[in-house]
Design a binder for this molecule. Structure first.
Ligand code: GUN
Length: 282
């Protein structure tokens, strides 16, 4: 069994990004800029945005976080997004999800200029991904593909099972795997017999937020495990959706939590924002 070390790879990518930021600054006099909209008091969202901000600072980006109260109006957020769309110092716009109930999330995501949509959530970029065209790809699935690439894992012809069908992770993950010529099976809350699906998987990717959802009797020998879950266990520790201790004994490769997929997500946000800045340069 080999660990897929997202922490190490993300650190390598961050070093590369930092170097490119320096070069970009010499060439153009400016650095990539990321604007984040953070609404309400969701603890996890605050923690994620904090990590993103720290990563931006570390590679030399300009970044700004617009914190808004949870009872903010739709109109006020829309105005902020429009302002960011126009702002030449901003290359990437990120609306941290989830948003409070009164907010129309789809409408906001559609308002973000597709060329600044570094999260890849705008339907324009979703459509490009689905059709196999270039464009911004959501950071978590993109980070997973990079991690597989780093360990020379080619999914062509593999049975891939994606558990979780969200717009942020599951669906774009399935598109990327399909574009890389895997056979893709997508499972979700209405799937009748999850085990029947997971047992077929050569590569199993799970991100639903349920501790120990995947147990050793649900996977075949030599499976590749990508654990996208982040949960707080009763003892306060961060754990994924996979029973790591027992499943890892059967796996050929496995991502740890923490230190697997999480750091790759942030590294891809930096990469996407840098790419956006480089495109804007021209
Ligand atoms: N909420 C959970 N994951 C993400 C993400 O990758 N991007 C944004 N904007 N919100 C999230």
């Amino acid at each position: 069994m080999q660990i897929l070390d997202g922490k190490a790879l993300s650190s390598k990518i961050k070093d590369e990004v930092a170097l490119e930021v320096k070069q970009l600054k010499i060439e153009t006099g400016r650095v990539p800029g990321l604007a984040v909209i953070l609404v309400g008091n969701d603890e996890a969202s605050h923690a994620y945005v904090g990590m993103k901000k720290k990563a931006c600072d570390a590679v030399g980006f300009y970044s700004v976080t617009h914190e808004m109260p949870k009872d903010i109006s739709q109109e006020a957020i829309e105005k902020t997004i429009e302002m960011m769309n126009e702002n030449p110092n901003i290359d990437g716009i990120l609306v941290q999800l989830p948003l409070p109930e009164q907010i129309d999330t789809t409408r906001l995501l559609e308002l973000v200029a597709p060329e600044k949509d570094v999260d890849g959530f705008h339907p324009f970029n979703v459509g490009r991904l689905t059709t196999g065209l270039d464009g911004f790809v959501p950071c978590t699935p993109l980070g997973i593909m990079k991690l597989l690439q780093e360990y020379k894992i080619d999914v062509k012809g593999m049975n891939a099972c994606v558990v979780g069908a969200s717009n942020i992770v599951g669906k774009p993950m399935a598109s990327l795997l399909l574009n890389a010529n895997a056979s893709v099976d997508i499972c979700h809350i209405y799937t009748k017999d999850l085990k029947k699906h997971t047992l077929e998987a050569d590569i199993l990717l799970v991100g639903v937020g349920v501790i120990n959802l995947i147990k050793e009797d649900m996977v075949k020998d030599n499976v590749i495990i990508i654990d996208i879950g982040i949960n707080r266990a009763e003892n306060g520790k961060l754990v994924g959706d996979v029973d790591f201790e027992n499943v890892s004994k059967k796996a050929s490769f496995i991502t740890p939590v923490p230190g697997g997929v999480g750091p790759m997500t942030i590294a891809m946000l930096l990469r996407n924002t840098l790419e956006s800045a480089k495109l804007r340069k021209n």
